[in-house]
Design a protein around this ligand. Structure first.
Ligand code: TPP
Ligand code: SF4
Ligand code: MG
Length: 243
């Protein structure tokens, strides 16, 4: 684990990211990096990324980083936070990792009000493995495994993650849903989530509506229309719980 004071010379290094053109992960992480800088907590942050395209951020930040299996980032970061309470622990994952394979970890950490911050990129598909239907795939949305559109009668209803987390967390939790279509707001939500952890209030959770043009097979215009109109029409953007 790095010394808690990071040399200033490290902070300005940059390199290209590994996401596809038009991917939302880079924008969410840009907002997160800015939030970390503005709170001046870089030397205290431990960053965890999941399996899925989030793992492509394993060397994105000059921050102590751990990468782990699908959805297990939440308990790994919980363990680090409990062992080293002075660290600021951030778990970053996709909708498949957080709401499907790792859902029990999210539920347990949220209901225990663990003092960690979970950030979840909702791109409505399992992107890294080729665009299969995810818990967040919307009704009638076509994916690799729902070629005629998702049928809720057959496959269940689409996951409303922040609503679920808000319902099961206790006092002191912070829960919000942002979108890469509103970066200023997304950064504000991420800062509030980190401040919530800094002040030891409780679990903090931000879902960010994101894009996956590669698996959606959309051009730039269609991609933005999908996230700005279709997704925000179905997933309500805003703060659900906390300061
Ligand atoms: C325990 C486990 N199960 C399944 C997989 C296969 N797998 C790797 S990435 C992935 C989908 C990731 O989707 P999501 O979490 O939504 O992230 P995205 O790639 O969309 O950002 C799956 C199923 C795995 N790596 N580990
Ligand atoms: S497959 Fe989708 S989520 Fe993954 S890097 Fe490419 S655009 Fe982003
Ligand atoms: Mg996904």
């Amino acid at each position: 684990m790095a010394d808690l004071v990071m040399p200033r010379s490290w902070r300005k290094e940059t390199k290209p990211h590994k996401f596809c053109p038009g991917c939302g992960h880079g924008l969410i992480l840009k907002a997160l990096g800015q939030a970390i800088d503005e709170l001046d907590i870089q030397g205290r942050v431990v960053y965890g990324c999941d399996i899925g395209c989030s793992l492509l951020s394993w060397d994105f930040f000059n921050i102590d980083t751990v990468q782990t299996h699908h959805g297990r980032t939440t308990p790994v970061m919980t363990g680090i936070k409990r062992a080293r309470p002075e660290t600021i622990c951030i778990a970053y994952m996709g909708d498949g990792g957080g709401y499907a394979i790792g859902s029990q970890h999210l539920v347990n950490a949220a209901s225990r009000n663990e003092r960690i911050t979970v950030i979840l990129a909702n791109n409505t598909v399992y992107a890294m493995t080729g665009g299969q239907m995810a818990p967040t795939t919307m009704p009638d949305q076509k994916t690799e495994t729902s070629p005629y559109g998702r049928d809720p009668e057959a496959t269940g209803h689409s996951m409303q993650g922040p609503e679920m987390v808000a319902a099961i967390t206790g006092d002191g939790a912070y829960v919000a849903r942002g979108t890469i279509a509103n970066m200023r707001q997304l950064k504000a939500y991420l800062k509030k989530a980190l401040e919530n952890q800094l002040e030891g209030r409780g679990f903090s959770f931000v879902e960010a509506l994101s894009t996956c043009p590669t698996n959606w097979r959309t051009n730039a215009e269609e991609t933005w229309k999908f996230v700005e109109e279709t997704m925000t029409g179905y997933f309500k953007v805003g703060e659900l719980k906390g300061k």
